[in-house]
Design a binder for this molecule. Structure first.
Ligand SMILES: [Zn+2]
Length: 249
C-alpha cells in the first residue's frame, strides 16, 4: 500500500490520542475531527465527493440503491456488515460486480464503546474474512458501527491495515423521512471535498424500509451535483490510495 501513509499516519496519531475513554466522543464531534484528522473525517485533498452506504447488504435496499446509482452512472463505497454478508453473499458479489468498492462496517453491528479490544479485533478480522470469502475482495476502508471509535478500535484497524473513515455529511436516513428531506440534510453540511453517509439497509434503522427515502434522495443529489459540477465516487478515488493488487477488485 505505497501511498497509504497519510491514512496510517492519521491512525497512529489517533491511537496515541485515544488513550482514554474520552476520545470516542471527541472523535464524533464533526468540526473538531475534520480540523484535526481530515482523512479519518472523510475530507479529501481535492474537489471530489465520496459517496458511502452503511449496513448492507440487504435484499431489498441494496438492489434498489444499486439501480439508482446505475441510473446516475455513479460508483460508491459500501460498508458491509459481516453477519449480513453471510446471509446474502450473492448480494455482496453483486455490489462488487457493479463496480462499487467494498469496505468493512464490522462483523456485528455493535457499539465498540462497550466491547473489549480483543473482542473488537476479532470482530474486524471475522468481518473482513467474511467479505473476502464471499467476494474475493479484501476491504481497505473501515467504519465502526455508529461511528464510535475506541483506542481498541484504532489499534485493531491499524494491525489489520484498515483505514478508518467517518463522514462529513449524513442524510439521517435511518429516521422517518422523505427523499427530498434526506437530500436536504446531506446538502446542508456537504462541501466539495466531503464524504456522504447514507444507508442501503433498514436492519439497524429506526424506520422499516428507510432505504426508500435514500433511493429517492439520490436523483436530488444527482441534480445538485450536476449544478455544482461535483465529481462523485468511492473512497479509493477520493483518497487516491495505491492499493496492493491482491486487495483491489
Ligand atoms: Zn451502521
Amino acid at each position: 500500500m505505497a501511498s497509504a501513509g497519510v491514512g496510517l499516519a492519521s491512525v497512529s496519531l489517533l491511537a496515541a490520542a485515544a488513550a482514554g475513554w474520552i476520545a470516542p466522543s471527541l472523535l464524533r464531534f464533526g468540526p473538531l475531527r475534520q480540523a484535526c484528522y481530515p482523512v479519518l473525517a472523510g475530507v479529501g485533498s481535492e474537489a471530489h465527493i465520496a459517496l458511502t452506504f452503511d449496513d448492507g447488504p440487504d435484499p431489498a435496499g441494496t438492489l434498489a440503491v444499486l439501480g439508482a446509482l446505475a441510473d446516475l452512472g455513479w460508483r460508491a463505497t459500501f460498508f458491509l456488515v459481516g453477519e449480513q454478508v453471510r446471509c446474502h453473499p450473492q448480494l455482496a458479489r453483486a455490489v462488487a460486480e457493479a463496480g462499487h468498492e467494498l469496505a468493512l462496517h464490522g462483523d456485528r453491528h455493535r457499539n465498540h464503546l462497550f466491547r473489549s479490544g480483543r473482542d473488537v479485533a476479532a470482530d474486524l478480522r471475522r468481518g473482513a474474512e467474511t467479505i473476502r470469502a464471499a467476494t474475493g475482495v479484501s476491504p481497505v476502508f473501515f467504519r465502526p458501527p455508529f461511528g464510535v471509535f475506541t483506542a481498541g478500535t484504532l489499534a485493531a484497524a491499524r494491525r489489520q491495515r484498515l483505514h478508518p473513515v467517518l463522514w462529513t455529511a449524513w442524510g439521517r436516513d435511518w429516521e422517518v423521512s422523505t427523499g427530498p428531506q434526506v437530500a436536504a440534510t446531506v446538502l446542508a453540511t456537504l462541501d466539495e471535498r466531503g464524504t456522504i453517509l447514507l444507508h442501503d439497509a433498514d436492519r439497524y434503522a429506526r424506520t422499516p424500509q428507510s432505504w426508500k427515502a435514500t433511493v429517492d434522495a439520490l436523483p436530488v443529489l444527482g441534480q445538485a451535483a450536476a449544478e455544482h459540477g461535483w465529481r462523485i465516487g468511492p473512497l479509493q478515488e477520493h483518497f487516491r490510495l495505491d492499493v496492493e493488487p491482491d486487495r483491489r477488485r
